[in-house]
Design a protein. Structure first.
Length: 236
């Protein structure tokens, strides 16, 4: 029964994380429903294998981060730097949600710090299911009100044109990706030390950096579109 519960929650957990990523950047979901379904089943099974079967929970999150990047790159055909950037932003956002909910439960004297290191148990399942429901609610609100960033071109992306990864528009993506990778490594240390407050601060800070660069890019695209529109009417 624990195996069924773990894998089932793992499925919805992976789906929640992926939906956060896609909705945050207004990327299509229905068109890739089949691929998403297969991917989240894989992630849930992989997580169970790493955490329960092999007893290596510390390696689960880094591998998941890599798999999310690969899915966005190969499954949805997004450019590599964009895949890395939005995967880091979404995972950081979901981690912040989960740690925020943990602190609420801790304040209510429902949970204790040791829950962060556990893989199974009623309190772990409560934290996980609560995080999933909150993530789904956020995604639903984003869908209803068309929230999110729209600067990423709808996939599949053009891979024929050579990409300059050190261009002015791509540097923020590389910075955000680097910070996200460092965050994943730091998360392992903080989980090992049972420091949920540090995890919350780290997740919020990392997402904050991604959010800053996303806002900056969004405004830049709007400014470029407005200038192009003005120039067009000046020349006509």
């Amino acid at each position: 029964m624990n195996t069924v519960i773990y894998i089932s929650l793992g499925f919805f957990d992976a789906l929640a994380m992926l939906l956060i990523i896609l909705k945050l950047y207004m990327l299509p979901v229905r068109e890739y429903a089949g691929k998403i379904f297969v991917f989240v089943i894989f992630i849930a099974s992989f997580s169970y294998m790493m955490r329960i079967t092999l007893g290596m929970p510390k390696l689960d999150l880094p591998f998941q981060y890599i798999f999310f990047i690969l899915f966005l790159r190969l499954g949805m055909e997004l450019k590599p730097h964009i895949s890395s950037f939005i995967a880091g932003a979404g995972i950081s956002a979901y981690a912040a949600i989960q740690m925020g909910i943990f602190h609420i439960f801790e304040w209510l004297d429902v949970m204790h710090i040791g829950v962060v290191q556990q893989n199974e148990g009623s309190l772990v399942y409560l934290l996980q299911s609560s995080s999933i429901l909150v993530a789904y609610l956020i995604c639903f609100v984003f869908s209803i009100f068309d929230f999110g960033f729209s600067f990423i071109i709808r996939p599949p992306h053009d891979f024929i044109t050579k990409e300059n990864y050190l261009s002015k528009t791509n540097i923020p993506f590389l910075i955000g990706t680097t910070i996200s990778a460092i965050t994943i490594c730091m998360t392992l240390v903080l989980v090992y030390r049972s420091d949920p407050t540090g995890l919350l601060f780290l997740a919020i800070s990392t997402f904050g950096v991604s959010y800053f660069f996303s806002v900056r890019r969004e405004r830049g695209d709007i400014r470029t579109a407005v200038e192009a529109y003005r120039n067009k009417h000046k020349n006509s």
